[in-house]
Design a protein around this ligand. Sequence first.
Ligand code: AMP
Length: 380
Amino acid sequence: MSIALPPNSTIGIVGGGQLGRMSALAAARLGYRCHILTPERDSPASQVSAGTTFGDYEDPAALRAFAGRTDVITFEFENISAEGLDLLASLRPVRPSPSVLRISQYRLAEKRFLNRIGVPTAPWAAVDTLAELDTAVAHIGLPAVLKTTRLGYDGKGQALLREPGEVAAAFAELSPKPLILEGFIDFACEISVLVARGSDGTMSTFDTVENGHRDHILDITYAPARIPEQTAAAAQALARRVAEGLDLVGVLAVEMFVTADGRVLANEIAPRPHNSGHWTIDACPASQFEMHVRAVAGLPLLPAERHSDAVMKNLVGPEEMALWPEIVASPGLIPHHYGKTEARPGRKMGHVTRLFPRGGLPGAFGIAAALGSLAPAEPD
Ligand code: AMP
């Protein structure tokens, strides 16, 4: 275990979004100050932090000024360049390390890493040219998903290929190259696991949860996932293997598919707190954010046990934010507002958690009743 960061030290967070905001709130409870690096004025994280360096993630002067105001650095945003993070790491401890970011921000490196450590994924191939894509389609078959290898999130930068006639147009449209072709997984459900790992290698693994998406954006998380216990345990073991393989210090999310025959395949990893772990704020003694801060600050990790079952519903865009007055007036709905002033379509503005007694997660109609106007259109 590294030496614990004393209270009143400053944790630097690269990125000013809601993940930084909720990390800073957790850090404050442990007596730490947070200092944010973001180009954005009045960012969600800056609103609740001790200070902000306003600057571009690639500007060496801004990176140096930011590092100078911190004792240890982490990131809530993965689109900083690994070189930028290297510069920070030459000035202060950066947790997780830039080598972890190099893997998670590049889909090809991510898939290679996962398969190397024995974690199964969809079949995939790197494609740089249309001829390579034709060969990959011949091997993997259709349907398949063609994705950019960098900067993709919330379904941006990907195309579903159903027919051979769609291949060339999708290849022309997506950039930058190389791309990655993945076999389409006809999944029974999507799940994720958050695991925290300290610098001494200890780990705390949150329960496996189930995720429903709408328009490629996470809509709802069910904790725990409504899947057989052994599948949930296999997913947790897989997430721990990833954290160990990365020599992670911090929190990591692994998003996975469960196939109809019960296999668990990794889709994506994110070496930071994750939207599918927001339920832990209200349903666990130490949330994913507190666990992340603990790992980054060298404090002991706590058991990641939930005291309650939970459903987390994202509040996306102006339509769902219009329900805010109703939400804050509803007993039982725990509101979380990210402090963003403009509710653009597709923008994550906040979330709501509804708790149930442990082991008492109701069925689809019970959940719909508990969520009121926020219930998913088609309960699943
Ligand atoms: P990603 O950007 O890789 O997280 O993908 C966003 C969403 O697209 C996932 O949550 C899935 O719902 C869907 N998706 C991505 N890859 C595949 C795949 N290989 N097979 C089926 N669905 C996929």
